[in-house]
Design a protein around this ligand. Structure first.
Ligand SMILES: NC(=O)c1ccc[n+]([C@@H]2O[C@H](COP(=O)([O-])OP(=O)(O)OC[C@H]3O[C@@H](n4cnc5c(N)ncnc54)[C@H](O)[C@@H]3O)[C@@H](O)[C@H]2O)c1
Length: 312
């Protein structure tokens, strides 16, 4: 597989690390407007080729989108960080514009690529790409709440003392503060979470408190190290694997619904089947009326932001 990564910053290089160490990628292209940075990172990664466990992936870097010709997957991590005094809406507008500009250039050379959008706000940026470029909705995936879901699994695991991989649940909605957690779906080793806690003498977990912890933990990492990179890189690698291996994995990623859950014209995280064509379909879950109302309210708030941003 040929994979492109746009943005050679903390997140972009961390994704390169996963792809080169755990993946089986034929060619990796790292682009950044700062060519030296992209070149330096790939020179550094190139020296791992000499070590026995490393695969000899062809590495290319620069700022020329022609290098991406016929890439199957392109991950967008390029963008600005929020500046002092800048509103979230201003950042959304700036980063959406950057992502649309990048996607138009990708389209020239790789019109069939699946795009994974990580640049924040990732759901708004992914929507802007679908609305302003020829890329089809099934080709554009926002990394969305896959990282929030991984955080949920780890937080529950810490409470119940069971491997996070045996915890199941989804964080859905908008990546960031407007996400929600359908409690009826949270389980440990297939057992409903409340039942599991009761059976094992563990204090009942309060859903609202847990969701708030999921929301806050990303901010806490940012406060401590001024970025988040490992969790999001592993999450993006998970999506890449689902595409590369045609896994038909159900992942809580940002997608554009086509009427599912009564939603249209917005990108938000829903349980979606991911395969070699990107998004195959969105699964319909029997949400409670309260959960459905929460989902609709999140979609309305996102639509308002998108209206404020307007065409790019
Ligand atoms: N969705 C998530 O869960 C999640 C998690 C972590 C970070 N992020 C987002 O990912 C993005 C990258 O984060 P980071 O920590 O790697 O930032 P960073 O500042 O370390 O790297 C950003 C890189 O993008 C490059 N860049 C900027 N504009 C460009 C353009 N127009 N074309 C090409 N390259 C360009 C910069 O030169 C820089 O190397 C940010 O928007 C961040 O908020 C999202």
């Amino acid at each position: 597989m040929k994979i492109g990564i746009i943005g050679a910053g903390m997140v972009g290089t961390s994704i390169c690390d996963y792809v080169l160490t755990l993946g089986s990628c034929r060619e990796l292209v790292l682009l950044d407007r700062n060519e030296d940075r992209a070149r330096g990172e790939l020179m550094d990664f190139g020296h791992t080729n000499a070590l026995t466990f490393s695969k000899n992936t062809a590495l290319k870097s620069g700022s020329d989108y022609a290098l991406l010709a016929d890439a199957e997957v392109v991950v967008i991590t390029a963008g600005q960080q929020i500046k002092p005094g800048q509103s979230r809406l201003e950042l959304a507008e700036v980063n959406s514009r950057i992502c649309v500009d990048i996607a138009r250039q990708i389209y020239q050379y790789s019109p069939n690529a699946i795009l994974i959008v990580v640049t924040n706000p990732c759901d708004i940026a992914a929507y802007s790409i679908i609305a302003n470029t020829p890329f089809q909705p099934h080709q554009v995936i926002s990394s969305g709440c896959i990282i929030d879901t991984a955080r949920l699994m780890k937080l529950v695991s810490d409470r119940v003392g069971v491997d996070p991989k045996n915890v199941f649940g989804y964080i859905l909605g908008e990546h960031g503060s407007h996400c929600f957690m359908p409690w009826s779906l949270v389980s440990v080793a297939g057992q409903p979470i409340d039942y599991f806690c009761q059976q094992n003498g563990i204090e009942k977990i309060q859903p609202d408190q847990l969701l708030e912890e999921v929301r806050q933990v990303g901010y806490e990492i940012f406060r401590l190290k001024q970025n988040t990179s490992h969790g999001i890189a592993a999450s993006v690698f998970r999506i890449i694997q689902a595409i590369e291996i045609n896994e038909h994995s159900v992942l809580p990623v940002g997608v554009m619904p086509q009427g599912e859950y009564g939603l249209n014209d917005v990108v938000l995280s829903l349980p979606a089947v991911v395969n070699r064509n990107g998004i195959e379909k969105i699964l319909i879950h029997p949400f409670t009326s309260e959960e459905q109302a929460t989902l609709s309210a999140i979609a309305s708030a996102l639509s308002e932001t998108l209206t404020d941003i307007g065409p790019l």
